[in-house]
Design a protein around this ligand. Structure first.
Ligand code: ZN
Length: 257
């Protein structure tokens, strides 16, 4: 599932090919997406990300909001052939943009612009104090808390494990018990990891591909995720896999407390 770094990667790549260009046409192949007009002649003013959502501002003042969900991918094509599972196709003067989505959960909506405050540009800084406030009185494990999209938009299963390892925090710790210094470590670990992951164009553990159908590179830099039984790079302890809220969680019991 695309998380913040993957959606940010798509936004950055899309800016170079569609911002300032006019949409020639939009063809909806999968009716499950609902009705969308052809949008012919409307220009793309900007492409931004909010959490895992992508927002395009159009020249007529409306915006398109994409949510890729489980398996939605956007591919830029210069040739004729559509990829498998194509659900819609935008034609631009220099090429076509296709939504390919085997599980068909992605959504695309045309609407009035969301309030400016809900559209962030770039990576939102995680505020330690805001995290601590949101955690007050709650007992859920810190890993589930980081994946709660109402608290932090865009962090999913892979990056939550990585952030907690970098911060040296046990993923099972109830959030109400974490102190200010620990929130600070989590916030700075998150900022570092998300920036590194964007620089690597995301993590291609399974089927993630970027706009040009290339694999991301961050899977080569994962410190704990998917590394059960291997040695921790910080302390040489053994990395374990546990399940928290139904999701695989990887951590080092020696250096994560
Ligand atoms: Zn360790």
């Amino acid at each position: 599932m695309p998380e913040l770094p993957e959606v940010e990667t798509l936004c950055r790549q899309l800016r170079t090919v569609i911002v300032g260009r006019d949409i020639l046409s939009l063809q909806v192949i999968d009716r499950k997406l609902g009705h969308l007009p052809p949008l012919s002649g409307r220009g793309v003013r900007s492409v931004d990300r909010h959490g895992k959502r992508m927002v395009w501002m159009l020249s007529d003042g409306q915006c398109l909001i994409f949510q890729l969900r489980m398996t939605g991918r956007l591919f830029w094509l210069e040739g004729e052939e559509l990829p498998a599972h194509a659900r819609l196709v935008f034609s631009f003067p220099d090429g076509r943009l296709v939504l390919s989505d085997p599980r068909r959960f992605a959504t695309v909506e045309l609407c009035s612009p969301p309030a400016a405050s809900t559209v962030a540009d770039g990576l939102e800084p995680l505020e330690p104090k805001r995290l601590a406030d949101a955690a007050r009185g709650r007992r859920l494990p810190v890993k589930s808390f980081l994946m709660d999209q109402r608290v932090v938009a865009g962090i999913g299963n892979i990056y939550a494990s990585e952030i907690l390892h970098k911060a040296g925090i046990d993923p099972l710790r109830p959030v109400c018990g974490l102190g200010p210094a620990e929130w600070k470590r989590i916030a700075s670990a998150a900022a570092r990891i998300l920036v590194e992951a964007v620089d690597s164009r995301g993590t291609s553990i399974s089927d993630w591909r970027d706009l040009h159908a290339d694999r991301g590179e961050y899977q080569h830099r994962l410190r704990v995720y998917g590394r059960k039984g291997e040695r921790c790079g910080k302390c040489r302890g053994e990395i374990r896999r546990i399940v928290i809220a139904g999701r695989s969680t990887f951590y080092c019991p020696t250096c994560q407390k």
